[in-house]
Design a protein around this ligand. Sequence first.
Ligand SMILES: [Zn+2]
Length: 305
Amino acid sequence: MLHRPNTAREAIGRWPGILQALGIDEKHLRNKHGPCPHCGGKDRFRFDDKDGRGTWFCSQCGSGDGFALLRNLHGWEFSKAAKEVDAVLGTIQAGPVKAERSEESKLKALRNVWSQSRAVTRGDPVWRYLNARVGIEDVPADLRFHPALRYRDNDGKDLGVFPAMVARLRDPAGNGVSIHRTYLTDAGTKAPVGQVKKIMPGKPLNQAAVRLSDVGTHLGIAEGIETALAAFSRFGVPTWAATTAQLLEDWVPPAGVERVLIAGDNDNSFTGQAAAFALAKRLTLAGLTVEVRIPESDGKDWADR
Ligand SMILES: [Zn+2]
């Protein structure tokens, strides 16, 4: 991670206090669904504070740790967030830390889901879903079809199994770190569940993406899988999917990439645009040739038609 290691380590177990001290109302800091402190709504947000790292997720903003929440909310850079956390740390008592699942059990679950999935074939629910959304015929190999993937809601309640699109998230070196799931119906529409898209617990996700093509010197990056596939057909540049705004902002292209097309989302909250331009700024400063495309209509991504 890019946070200063001491701040991150010392903040463990103190996030409820830190976040309150930095302007987040206590009502958001519960392991229960409620409005998101950043984008509002009614029950899209939950603060689960895994491993005492201040973790949370929001079905609109994505997920992250305490630093990510502060960055989202206040528009702070990493360094600014670390500085603000440093400034309040000393006054806050550490609470008990809830242990996350073991590394081994998470990796086992990832291997199981991947081995139960198969290549997408014409007419299966994943093919129908992608064909209807973005018109493609041939589906990249890192997108697969799982015939019966279990869905648990965020409180752990089992809602049964659904067909699903599973997508491998890889780090910049190409190693698998987790799996992104899109729950579907047999007809290839979105499943009737609270959160259609979810990422499995796995290895740290920062800098990961779903690779929808081979590595080339000119690569595109978008937030959603559907958006990336639509951007590829629209702009003719093979485009990968970061899957969330936060991962888009943090994305690191693999070695060999010289030119990047960022196919951003036009969010009414400006979350997608902010992530796209933050990434553009970082990659430009790193010496890459960067181009940003954002759809002109409010609230649209490149897969909306
Ligand atoms: Zn949110």
